[in-house]
Design a binder for this molecule. Structure first.
Ligand SMILES: [Zn+2]
Length: 405
């Protein structure tokens, strides 16, 4: 399919009724036309007409026959997940990772490129395009038309314009990511902050798919959150809603990358865990981590701390528990403030389930009001190693499937 034709199709699919029907098939398929009519409150002739158009584009296919309730067995419809390819990108400070997937969100090809320190805007965009190009080439070799590209970007992002605005540790400002990628690839491009994108991945494929109000917290080199209320991401006028990492937990605490002192991030990010471990090692605490951690910017530091805890190392276990307690204090505040039904924690250190999550849950229970803390479920993400890229892909799916007024 030619890209201009594909863009035309996507525009066509975005009409309200088509999205309503597509979404009903996605959520409830295999499903009959009669059931779609019931769920969407569209008349049976409208459903029949739109389904005929959807069948023509091959995004919907007829599957097996359903159970008969007396008469002829109804023909069921489902989404043809392999009809389109998508690219999901996580664009970070040190690396850019791009993956390909079909409409089911299952990752197929992966490309990862490094970003040199102090990269210029042009350099950064050119690495981003190179990573996307490599994955797009693989999708096109397989003969599948490209539906769109989703980018989960570190820092503040304006998703309406597809612009990266600012990140304190990425000395770049105002990158026109959507414009740059749409020029080269001629498909719709969605851009969102990395944790906000992650939350969308959870909403479609993870622990957020059956709940309307949830918070996704990411613990890694940075600590951030995304708030989803009534199924919608909360952004705020400056697109900064959810920056939990920069809420103060200790007025006399260490200097943070944002310029404030004692932010949650300075106690719960992986570099902060490495810093506390190194302080303990210098004081003479015995640990298997002696010599294993090269510095606080090390990319695999989180995994090494978890590994040490699994080997029974007391220092590693203590640091994970302490991190869990700090996070728990902040999450207790969020529970009181927003009354979410679920909090999903993601990041490498969540592998340390018991060591970190148990103290975290205890702290929430102890500090939040009993009713909201009794109603909240705190769970680790299960989206796996490609969670961030799956979140980015979801931005494309959301555009196609979600009815927009
Ligand atoms: Zn801060």
């Amino acid at each position: 399919m030619k890209s201009s034709m594909l863009t035309g199709n996507i525009r066509w699919m975005k009409s309200m009724n088509k999205s309503l029907i597509l979404n009903a098939i996605r959520l409830h398929g295999p499903i009959s036309r009669a059931e779609i009519s019931k769920i969407t409150h569209l008349t049976p002739p409208t459903v029949t007409n739109i389904v005929a158009e959807l069948l023509e584009t091959e995004i919907v296919v007829e599957s097996d026959l359903g159970e008969s309730t007396g008469g002829r067995k109804p023909i069921l419809l489902e989404i043809n997940v392999s009809v389109f390819g998508m690219v999901g990108v996580s664009a970070g400070v040190k690396r850019i990772k791009a993956v390909s997937a079909n409409l089911d969100g299952k990752v197929r090809e992966t490309v990862q490129l490094s970003v040199p320190p102090n990269a210029s805007a042009d350099q950064y965009l050119s690495i981003l395009k190179k990573a996307v190009r490599q994955v797009v080439d693989l999708i096109q070799e397989a003969g599948v038309p490209l539906l769109g590209i989703g980018v989960g970007m570190h820092g503040l992002v304006n998703p309406d314009r597809g612009h990266f605005l600012f990140a304190p540790n990425l000395r770049l400002k105002n990158l026109p990511i959507r414009t740059a990628l749409e020029e080269d690839f001629e498909v719709p491009v969605e851009v969102e902050n990395e944790v906000r994108a992650l939350a969308m991945g959870e909403r479609w494929f993870g622990k957020g798919c059956r709940v309307k109000d949830f918070i996704c917290v990411h613990v890694g080199t940075r600590v951030g959150a995304a708030v989803v209320l009534d199924g919608q991401l909360v952004h705020g006028p400056s697109f900064a809603a959810g920056e939990i990492g920069h809420t103060t937990v200790d007025i006399g605490g260490p200097l943070c990358s944002c310029g404030n002192f004692g932010c949650l991030e300075t106690f719960t990010s992986v570099p902060s865990m490495v810093r506390r471990i190194q302080e303990k090692l210098e004081e003479g605490t015995k640990s298997v981590l002696q010599g294993r951690l090269s510095g606080k910017g090390e990319p695999s530091a989180g995994a090494k701390i978890v590994e040490a805890a699994e080997e029974g190392d007391t220092l590693a276990k203590d640091i994970l528990a302490e991190t869990g307690r700090y996070l728990g204090i902040s999450l207790a505040n969020l529970v009181n403030l927003l009354n979410p039904s679920t909090i999903i924690i993601s990041g490498e250190v969540i592998r340390a389930r018991g060591w970190m999550l148990d103290p975290l849950r205890r702290e929430v229970k102890r500090r939040a009001l009993s009713t909201p803390s009794g109603d909240v479920t705190i769970v680790p993400s299960e989206l796996g190693e490609h969670a961030e890229e799956i979140g980015a892909l979801t931005l494309v799916l959301k555009r196609l499937f979600e009815p927009r007024a």
